[in-house]
Design a protein around this ligand. Structure first.
Ligand code: M6R
Length: 617
């Protein structure tokens, strides 16, 4: 099946082969199980595709070069069903040889459509749902229908979520793309145009983009872009300019995108905070567009997200409940929708998503809206589906995050959650202006403190070297230290394939402490000494694991005497109030995971089995 993928289409005077391959490279983080391209030269379709990473496709292109072309499509795949073989790789072609098509998403009724087509004599060459769409399109154009009309016809037949892009060898000036519930943007150039899953694919050529709406088809030539709905009625996309340039989508001297993104965090946090707190001491989230009267009557908040974004949500709960006294639940998006959650029109739902395309989060958001909740999306990707469909959005402005492991996106999600929590407190009068000002001063000081952690991070590399052979690592924390521990463990699992677990430190003695044995590395996040009553409790928890032979890595504020004494390795943290501590405590954990995965020789940016943007349920 199509799965979650990166797709690109190009029409224009450049060498399409180069545009496609470089676009695919920029989107490889979206999926790297297989890759392929199709072009038209002298009225003939040319297809090259290969399982594995784009490097394999490039090898194939060297062995069997494509003739020069000025129109083409390219695809990089994260397989959901159907193994990632050469045959199942995209593009797929129609039996009559006219159509090449790429797909992101899942065509849910392919099992009904396929036998129907087979009964008409169509022979399939792959096991994918995508080929059904290619074959259907082939039959339509063979009846003399234009490619765009044919696309609209098949879109009305297809069920499920999809982005489709197709070319027809008999109409070599035209790209046609369709979108339903999967990402698609058009890149607007001078005498050339692009379509892609995200702007990174064409940002080196143009920063002008059109965000496509759901249920739309776009016809693209070198000098025209025509959008309709699936019935052919004229429709509109939303034009915008991308504010970052190509350098943001490149490694800029770093070995990994992940490392670059970790080091971009001071700037990213500054960008999240920028312009949101006025000189007269007021939080201004005007972009929220939800009337303050409505926010004043909210009686429950539900935060919904997946993965790292869920961890940011867990931290947000502590802050929001503390500052606003509104009950706040946090839920994993894939669990939320299917358990009949209690939502009223006085419920505020906050969705958190870096990509803004995560299917689970989007589905949960849709459900919450149907039940009458107001939804605020915290998102990093301007114009993505989740912010478009929410009632309001708070963008994190972290810039593009390419490494599959979330780092700057996570940290900026935290910052956005803090801003939102303070804003709600301001609107509802649960904090005085000077209390808000004090937190804002601390928040505004965090970029410099994160920088300090980054500058002092060399010992984390030594730590990674010394723990290279570990089989398992535990992470402990209390209060906001607990989600920080979960995030530390997730980073390690994702990129270094090491068994890692995060636990609430106090819960350990109720079971997990049985895992502790001689030499087991246990990371512990310690709240500030003297300013947090949980400090002593966490210190006791360190003693408990140390007594059982754990190798303790203690993240504690500089000058924390107890923490220092109990640490086999101490990672000093700059001073911050407990509630903001995840902004600095997460950083050494990210670096540790990055170093360990690098030392183990793994591909840090593209860990096995994962994709950046999870656009299927
Ligand atoms: O794009 P999203 O923020 O919605 O993605 C959510 C998760 O898939 C994401 O955070 C994932 O867990 C990361 N790989 C974590 O590093």
């Amino acid at each position: 099946m199509g799965g979650m993928c990166g797709i690109i289409g190009y029409v224009g005077p450049r060498d399409a082969r180069e545009v496609l391959v470089s676009g695919l490279r920029r989107m490889e983080y979206r999926g790297y199980d297989s890759a392929g391209v199709a072009t038209i030269s002298d009225g003939e379709l040319q297809v090259r595709k290969k399982s594995g990473k784009i490097a394999n496709l490039c090898g194939e292109l060297e062995e069997r070069p494509l003739p020069e072309a000025h129109i083409g499509i390219g695809h990089t795949r994260w397989a959901t069903h159907g193994s990632p073989t050469d045959v199942n790789a995209h593009p797929h072609t129609s039996a009559n040889g006219r159509i090449a098509l790429i797909h992101n998403g899942i065509i849910e009724n392919f099992a009904t459509l396929k036998p129907m087509l087979e009964a008409q004599g169509v022979r399939f060459t792959s096991q994918t749902d995508t080929e059904v769409a290619a074959q259907l399109l082939g039959l339509e154009v063979a009846r003399g229908v234009g490619l765009a009309e044919a696309m609209r016809t098949i879109c009305r037949q297809l069920e499920g979520a999809f982005t489709l892009v197709a070319i027809d060898s008999e109409d070599p000036q035209l790209l046609v793309a369709a979108r339903r519930n999967s990402p698609l943007v058009v890149g607007v150039g001078e005498g050339e145009n692009f379509v892609a899953s995200d702007v990174a694919a064409f940002i080196e050529h143009t920063n002008r983009a059109i965000e496509m709406g759901q249920g739309q088809v776009v016809e693209v030539t070198t000098d025209s872009i025509t959008i309709t709905d699936f019935d052919g009625n004229p429709a509109q996309g939303r034009a915008y300019e991308v504010t970052w340039d190509v350098s943001a989508a490149e490694k800029g001297g770093y070995d990994w995108f992940m490392r670059k993104e970790i080091f971009e965090q001071p700037q990213a946090i500054s960008d999240t905070l920028l312009g949101r707190y006025s000189v007269n001491g007021e939080l201004q989230l005007d972009e929220l567009r939800i009337p303050v009267e409505r926010l004043r009557v909210i009686d429950k908040i539900i935060i919904i997200a997946c993965g790292s974004a869920y961890h940011a949500g867990l931290v947000a709960k502590y802050a929001i409940e503390h500052w606003t006294r509104i009950a706040c639940e946090v839920e994993i998006a894939s669990e939320f929708r299917y358990r009949d959650p209690i939502i009223t029109s006085d419920t505020l739902v906050i969705t958190i998503s870096q990509s803004g395309e995560t299917a689970d989060t989007r589905g949960a958001q849709e459900h919450a809206k149907e039940q009458g909740a107001k939804v605020i999306a915290i998102c990093n990707t301007v114009g993505a589906t989740i912010p478009r469909e929410a009632d309001a959005v708070l963008y994190t402005h972290a810039g593009p995050e390419i490494g599959v492991a979330s780092t700057k996106a996570f940290l900026t999600q935290l910052a956005a959650c803090y801003l939102l929590g303070l804003y709600l407190a301001q609107v509802r009068g649960t904090l005085y202006a000077d209390e808000i000002a004090a937190v804002m001063r601390d928040l505004e000081a965090t970029p410099a403190k994160i920088q300090q952690v980054l500058d002092d991070s060399a010992p984390v590399l030594d730590l990674a070297k010394s723990l290279l052979e570990s089989k398992s690592v535990l992470f402990l924390g209390r209060h906001v230290g607990y989600p920080t521990a979960l995030e530390g463990a997730l980073k390690l699992k994702e990129i270094s394939y090491l068994h890692a677990e995060g636990f609430p430190a106090g819960e350990l003695k109720h079971g997990p402490i049985a895992l502790v044995e001689e030499g087991l590395p246990v990371f512990v996040i310690v709240p500030p000494q003297g300013r947090d009553r949980l400090h002593e409790k966490v210190i006791s928890n360190i003693k408990e694991v140390q007594a059982r032979g754990a190798y303790t890595v203690v993240l504690a504020e500089q000058g924390d005497a107890d923490g220092t004494e109990l640490a086999d390795v101490l990672i000093p943290l700059p001073q911050l109030p407990t509630i903001l501590q995840p902004l600095v405590a997460s950083v050494p954990l990210q670096i540790f995971a990055c170093e360990l995965a690098t030392l183990r020789g793994y591909d840090v940016d593209q860990p096995r089995n994962l994709a950046k943007s999870v656009t299927v349920e």
